[in-house]
Design a protein around this ligand. Structure first.
Ligand SMILES: [Zn+2]
Length: 402
């Protein structure tokens, strides 16, 4: 349905306070309009949409004057300036933790969700903050989508509005459900899970989040979007993010685990706050140890740029393999495909099969293992995972949290 130009313009001017210029221009483009007039205040972000001419107006009188062919007072957009991102945090600043660093590289390469368990001071958050820097920059379409969400949320810079790198969002565990998944009075605003779209969502102190908040994440993890019921209908926002859960191993959380005063039951109950259905979506589980003097004395830590290059190559292999199926990363591939259409040789899965037979590995655990094995093969530049990759993938599983 193509609205009359006047209706489009009027709607645009009414929404001036909502700073949704990009969404307005995109709506006009999809409706087949050649030209859109938006409030001058949101002209810079509206001008990011290609395929539609965008002009700015301060008042409806300016628009009417222009329509009648009078001397135009409408504003032309300047050249769009990409958002100047703060310099990405570098992996070279993280000392020690070679296993966790490797796990972060695997997560970036395969798009896997991650659980980091470790006492305070092991650098869980420091590491998680460096994940976006390992991911490829957003494509043009992703950049527009992410920018549109932040535009509706009102979190864009007016002068340099385009978001070009994967967002990193880390809500506090006291965040309301509306802040987390979206909602609020009046127009439903996107929540942090949508602001993290195409980027990374870190839940630090994950076990401290109330169960209903963690449950609310599941819909987004399963569907890549969130539907918010409103009195006047349903609003859907995209919410496809990479999840990092970081937690202490127990409630008392001493720097050294040997000083823990919790009962075994209290420790188990604490981790069990992360429900099975949520953890089913987390392919990588990593135990982090306290950084000792010895472990920081090893080789100079590799910088982000070097790791990102390996991630890029691995992602290209995965994308080429799954392109006909419509997936981009290994983390998206459903279990049945990994077990049937893309089944590995019996030799490669011997250890996994034994684990399934003895009950040491669950069926879902086996699917997670296969996804990670594909990523390890991609990072090694191989066409198929070998037995070694399956074995290594099994080690990314924490029995106490599985
Ligand atoms: Zn404890």
């Amino acid at each position: 349905m193509v609205e009359s130009p006047i209706a489009t313009i009027a709607a645009a001017l009414q929404r001036e306070r909502r700073r949704a210029g990009l969404s307005l221009a995109e709506t006009a483009r999809r409706a087949g309009l050649r030209r859109a007039i938006v409030p001058t205040a949101v002209l810079p972000e509206a001008a990011l949409v290609t395929g539609v001419e965008v002009l700015g107006a301060d008042t409806l009188a300016d628009v009417l004057n222009w329509l009648r062919g009078g001397e135009s007072t409408l504003v032309q957009p300047g050249d769009p300036v990409p958002l100047t991102e703060p310099p990405a945090l570098d992996l070279a600043d993280v000392l020690g933790q070679p296993e966790a660093r490797w796990a972060l590289e695997v997560a970036a390469a395969g798009g896997h969700n991650v659980l980091l368990i470790g006492p305070p001071g092991t650098g869980k958050t420091m590491l998680a903050r460096r994940l976006p820097g390992l991911l490829p920059p957003l494509t043009q379409d992703q950049a527009l989508e992410v920018t549109a969400i932040h535009s509706v949320a009102g979190t864009l810079h007016a002068e340099s509005p385009l978001v070009t790198t994967p967002p990193f969002i880390a809500p506090h565990h006291t965040a309301s459900k509306a802040a987390l998944v979206g909602g609020g009075t009046g127009m439903a605003k996107p929540g942090v899970i949508s602001k993290a779209h195409c980027g990374v969502l870190l839940l630090d102190e994950a076990c401290e989040f109330p169960p209903d908040r963690l449950d609310a994440l599941r819909e987004a993890l399963e569907d890549g979007e969130i539907r918010l019921g409103r009195r006047d209908g349903v609003v859907t926002y995209p919410a496809r993010f990479q999840l990092v859960l970081a937690t202490n191993p127990c409630p008392c959380a001493p720097p050294r685990e040997s000083d823990c005063t919790c009962t075994p039951f209290a420790r188990r109950r604490y981790i069990a706050r992360l429900s099975g259905p949520l953890l089913d979506r987390v392919d990588l589980r990593i135990r982090m140890r306290p950084v000792t003097a010895m472990s920081t004395l090893d080789v100079k830590p590799e910088p982000t740029a070097q790791v990102r290059e390996r991630v890029r190559q691995a992602r290209e292999r995965a994308m080429a393999r799954w392109s006909t199926e419509g997936w981009v990363t290994n983390a998206e591939v459903p279990g049945p495909y990994l077990r049937r259409k893309f089944a590995l040789s019996r030799k490669a899965t011997a250890l996994l099969d034994r684990g399934l037979t003895t009950g040491a590995v669950t069926a879902r655990g086996a699917d997670r293992c296969l996804r990670v094995a594909w990523t390890l093969a991609d990072l090694a530049g191989l066409d198929h995972p070998q037995a070694d990759h399956v074995t290594a993938a099994l080690e990314f599983r924490d029995r106490r949290a599985a």
